[in-house]
Design a protein around this ligand. Structure first.
Ligand code: NAD
Ligand code: TDX
Length: 331
């Protein structure tokens, strides 16, 4: 199939492109990416000769129309993705996550092209720490931040286009990803690159917030299965039973990098900070036979730390501006 991958120069999209070329050579890949601060062509350097790269926005209706017309499936990863940025300036989130998704939907409707929409567990809001419940595809939407509200809105647009116009679309909502090529603004790479830069890691509040960590390759393997066997109109939740609070994750990073356990700063908490996310991926496992390969978080994290050690030229140019922005916010 001819795959159009939006946001393919970002963290998860770039890893998806790498996995596709490695494990699914039957597909051809075109990347459409606006190369915002979060997009990095260097993330595609190892595969640059094997893909088509188009620099442009998912909100550009003419460009999207032309591209969609000559592909079989759109994998829609492109988004503004960082909660802290959405608290500083929500406006690009509305433009890319809502108007961009609308633009993709209109093009796939016109051309009868299939869509897989990549989304997040944050659309469901948060859970209490002592609640045994996990999110399922029946959990009501209850987003907290401007970021998650725009992702929730994009999911609802996709559902409405399925019901009203009969487009062939699937949606996946995944938990927190980690792995190579993740922007240094995000929790795990920020702390790893702080240690590698001689800066102290920064923990928001008491660090009790829980995230359900999954390796990016396990997320993308699930996306490939949905592409192959997912039922039109369905939503699949992706998660690998990886719940950990932020203090535990930071503790492991400090241990694996040979730092003392107390070598971090507690900083101003995130406004409206979601307490806990947890995914029940039973439907994905039972219906599509998906199982995660990265079942040992410590090993996956150690490999990720090695990747940042070995690829300083990839992240170093981004680091100063990110830390200056955090410092201005007391974080
Ligand atoms: P990212 O910020 O690393 O990458 C986003 C990419 O989209 C960048 O390459 C950027 O240049 C591109 N982009 C932004 N605006 C664009 C526009 N208008 N037109 C074209 N390209 C544009 O994000 P990520 O972490 O790789 O997330 C990818 C997707 O996965 C997002 O939809 C996100 O909501 C979802 N998701 C992320 C996580 C996670 O843990 N990171 C978890 C679940 C779901
Ligand atoms: O310096 C930090 N210190 C800290 O304690 C940063 C950057 C974050 N945190 C905390 C906030 C969260 O509880 O770590 C946790 C993870 O933070 P992020 O990496 O910003 O991720 P999160 O807000 O959970 O959202 C992520 O997962 C869901 C992705 O960024 C989203 O795109 C995805 O939808």
């Amino acid at each position: 199939m001819r795959l159009l991958v939006t946001g393919g120069a970002g963290f998860i999209g770039a890893n998806f492109v790498h996995q596709t070329l490695r494990e699914h050579p039957e597909h051809s890949v075109t990347v459409l990416d606006a190369l915002t601060y979060a997009g990095n062509e260097a993330s595609l350097a190892p595969v640059r000769g094997d893909i088509e790269f188009v620099h442009g926005s998912v909100a550009d209706a003419d460009l999207v129309d032309q591209l969609v017309a000559r592909h079989d499936v759109v994998l829609h990863f492109a988004a503004e993705s960082h909660n802290d940025n959405s608290l500083r300036d929500p406006s690009p989130f509305l433009q890319t996550n809502l108007v961009g998704t609308f633009t993709i939907l209109e093009a796939v409707r016109r051309h009868g092209v299939r869509l897989h929409h990549i989304s997040t567990d944050e659309v469901y809001g948060d859970l209490e720490l002592d609640d045994p419940a996990k999110f399922t595809d029946q959990t009501p939407y209850n987003p907290s931040s401007p970021y998650s509200a725009t992702k929730a809105g994009s999911d609802l647009l996709v559902r409405a286009w399925v019901r009203s116009f009969g487009i062939h679309a699937t949606i996946s909502n995944c938990s927190n990803n980690y792995g190579p090529y993740q922007h240094v603004e995000k929790f795990i790479p920020r702390q790893i690159t702080n240690v590698l830069s001689g800066l102290r890691p920064k923990l928001y509040g008491a660090g009790e917030n829980v995230r359900d960590w999954i390796h990016v390759d396990d997320h993308n393997a699930a996306v490939h299965l949905i592409l192959e066997r997912g039922r039109a109109g369905e939503t699949y939740l992706i998660g690998a039973d990886g719940e950990k609070n932020n203090r535990e994750v930071l503790g492991l990073i400090l241990e694996l990098t040979g730092q003392p356990a107390d070598a971090f700063d507690s900083v101003t908490d995130r406004a409206g900070h979601d307490l806990r996310y947890a995914i029940d991926a039973g439907k994905l496992r039972a219906e599509l036979g998906w199982t995660p390969r990265y079942t040992d978080f410590r090993d996956g994290l150690a490999a990720t730390i090695d990747w940042y050690r070995e690829n300083e030229s990839w992240w170093r140019p981004l680091k100063g501006a990110v830390e200056a922005q955090y410092a201005a916010a007391g974080q």
